[in-house]
Write a protein that binds this ligand. Structure first.
Ligand code: G4P
Length: 273
């Protein structure tokens, strides 16, 4: 068993609620289904993070999709703080049954303990910082306090483990791998920049026709590489003064997509799953 998995198992024992971050542009590809097994019997909250980069009507569809499966769901923009305010009340709601059980057993005012999990680059640290802010008091690991985990006290009802659990992406499936590469979650490992960008062109032409033409003021083409060449032309990407630098155009396209400069785009839809 990997170290990450072992640590996750240890930490899950300490908590009531798993706050799982997924990337709103690829809510399924950015999940690791192992968390369902690891976190069975725990309250579950899914955050559609980077919601600012995904189409809002799709965000709403994904929220419905996950709600139907019994998860609490919130769409958030951790970078700008969007959706963060509602989290604390959603946490209480998600842990209602547990709090009720505690109350019946005479345990009163025990804070809910939660941890954040997600694959790399999904925004875990950004989210924890946004949620905890500066004012939070850390508990544990202080002189005189039992040595152990660091907990961030969000309010009198909720404590958050300060280090997130890192889930490993599942990219044996080629489509999943491609989507994770598009969003920059697996750093251009599986394909060359040009190949990856040409796959992105293919996807965008199918799902968001017109976006590339408008962004780069180019004529449309059925040929993905021709689109990259046209972007290179339009952006004056040249090598040795005159040859088109398609590699550079490919990098520009990927960067523009990843940073939302092509608009809010969602790569996978609930109805496909
Ligand atoms: P991790 O802990 O899960 O590995 O992710 P981390 O918080 O480091 O975030 C990864 C990248 O995603 C960061 O960008 C972060 O700013 C960005 N990010 C996190 N949440 C959101 C969000 O809701 N919306 C948007 N648009 N971006 C988000 P970076 O490029 O690594 O750094 P920087 O550009 O912020 O300097």
């Amino acid at each position: 068993m990997t170290k990450a998995r072992r640590m996750m198992q240890e930490n899950i024992k300490l908590i009531d609620l798993i706050i799982e971050l997924v990337d709103a542009r690829v809510p399924l590809s950015s999940r690791n289904p192992d968390i369902d097994e690891l976190g069975k019997n725990k309250a579950r909250l899914i955050l559609l993070n980077k919601a600012d980069l995904a189409e809002d009507r799709r965000n709403d569809e994904w929220m419905e999709y996950f709600k139907k499966q019994g998860y609490s769901v919130v769409k958030v923009n951790s970078k700008k703080g969007g959706g963060i305010k509602s989290i604390q009340s959603v946490i209480q709601e998600a842990c209602k049954e547990k709090m009720e059980r505690d109350r019946k057993r005479g345990i009163l005012n025990r804070p809910v303990r939660a941890m954040v999990v997600g694959i790399p680059n999904v925004g875990k640290s950004t989210f924890i910082n946004a949620l905890a802010g500066k004012a939070c008091a850390k508990t544990g690991n202080k002189p005189g306090v039992t040595k152990g985990k660091q907990w961030i006290r969000l309010n009198k009802n909720v404590e958050l483990l300060d280090t997130p659990g890192i889930l490993w992406p599942k990219f044996e499936d080629q489509t999943v791998g491609l989507r994770l590469a598009f969003i920059g979650s697996i750093k251009d490992e599986i394909l060359q920049t040009e190949e990856l960008a040409s796959e992105l062109v293919k996807f965008l032409n199918q799902s968001y026709p017109g976006v590339l033409e408008e962004k780069y003021t180019i004529e449309s083409s059925e040929d993905n590489y021709e689109v990259l060449r046209r972007i290179a032309e339009s952006r004056h990407c040249l090598v040795r003064g005159s040859e088109l630098d398609v590699e550079k155009a490919a990098a520009i396209l990927l960067d523009d997509f990843r940073n939302g400069r092509l608009g809010r785009l969602t790569l996978e839809l609930p109805e496909e799953n």
